[in-house]
Design a protein around this ligand. Structure first.
Ligand code: FAD
Length: 318
């Protein structure tokens, strides 16, 4: 079922959902299940599964020589989506990236999703690879998420890239896109970023999931500004509980977001990461309660593969 249908069916009740990351190559999927199991009692209508960019690794060839290979450390997004969907009877949302994929590869991935009964996809550009300063599209790939949204919409109307096919079983994907309450790093202003978001929605995106934020005002202002910009699809807040002290530097650096002074002070007081994890849970609970009271459609949690803190939060709310 489509995310937008889940939201409609909930009739104003806020839903609970979360995002997971595929395990590293060679790890067992059971570890993932062990972290999903405790969250199923909160009845998530959907679970997102991220896709990681490929990266370079260097293999020692001996005699001082290195062989550079490109690899994906956490492959298997679509397979994991199918496994979870069938194990738990829940909708899953694979994250589909522009970066590292040709349009043809994306088409085949979407065809796989359709065969597997996956009704939703999250259309994302992806970040630059680690060695790149700026994002570079794969040869024959998309430059912006908007183009990916258009490709998915074309597929929904039976238009494949190169083939004229009388589709008798059309895909009908519900499409999610990313939104940034504190603006995307590469955007010159929040207003310009909103204009780009509007372009994604005009191209066919059905809903938006936000980057994590720790100050709800940023989300509320963003939703107001988005509405003024003519964006009328659901905007789902993404919540991440701080879990380790290092997040104080890491989260602003990686996600280009601010942390409120009060939260920073609380974390700095902590003597160990167990205490940080507890502060992170308490902060997320307060954030979530206010968002619930405001009637957000879904509270979407970034689990980063670990569920104990998300369970502690959900227990207080759902
Ligand atoms: P876009 O919407 O294409 O925007 C990228 C930048 O280009 C923005 O600054 C935008 O303002 C600008 N822009 C857009 N159109 C134009 C134009 N026509 N001309 C000039 N500038 C333009 N990354 C992963 O690798 N894997 C994941 O699974 C993943 N999941 C995510 C989930 C969520 C909810 C969020 C918020 C982010 C996720 N990301 C993921 C990170 C995301 O890939 C990065 O933030 C990426 O840098 C931007 O992706 P986007 O889809 O927002 O790009």
């Amino acid at each position: 079922m489509k995310i937008t249908e889940h939201i409609k069916k909930a009739n104003g009740k806020t839903l609970f959902s979360f995002e997971i990351i595929p395990p590293k190559k060679g790890k067992r999927i059971q570890e993932l299940y062990n972290n999903i199991d405790p969250l199923m009692e909160f009845d998530p209508p959907f679970i997102d599964v991220t896709t990681s960019r490929e990266e370079y690794i260097y293999l020692d060839k001996g005699e001082g020589l290195l062989d550079r290979k490109i690899t994906r450390m956490r492959p298997g997004t679509v397979g994991i989506c199918a496994a979870i969907k069938h194990k738990y009877n829940v909708d899953t949302v694979p994250h589909v990236l522009c970066g590292g994929f040709t349009k043809e590869e994306t088409e085949y991935l979407l065809v796989d999703c359709h065969y597997l009964g996956i009704d939703n996809v999250m259309a994302l550009r992806g970040d630059a690879m680690k060695h790149q300063q700026y994002f570079e599209a794969a040869q024959g790939g998309h430059i912006y998420a908007k183009e990916l949204v258009s490709q998915i919409q074309n597929l929904n109307s039976g238009k494949y890239l190169h083939d004229v096919i009388e589709a008798d079983d059309r895909a009908d994907f519900c499409i999610g896109v990313a939104g940034y309450p504190e603006k995307h790093i590469e955007s010159p202003s929040l207003q310009t970023d909103l204009k780009r978001l509007k372009e994604k929605v005009d191209a066919g995106a059905d809903y938006v999931v936000t980057q994590m934020f720790f100050d709800n005002k940023k989300y509320f202002d963003f939703v107001d500004a988005a509405k003024k910009a003519g964006i009328n699809v659901p905007i789902i807040p993404g919540i991440k509980p701080v879990a380790v002290k290092r997040h104080l530097q890491l989260l602003p650096q990686v996600f280009k977001i601010d942390l409120p002074e009060e939260l920073i002070l609380e974390i700095e007081k902590c003597k160990n990461n167990k205490q940080v994890r507890q502060i992170g849970v308490e902060w997320s609970i307060q954030q979530s309660k206010e968002l619930l009271a405001a009637g957000v459609p879904v509270l979407h949690y970034y689990s980063m593969g670990k569920s104990d803190n998300i369970k502690a939060i959900a227990t207080e709310l759902f």
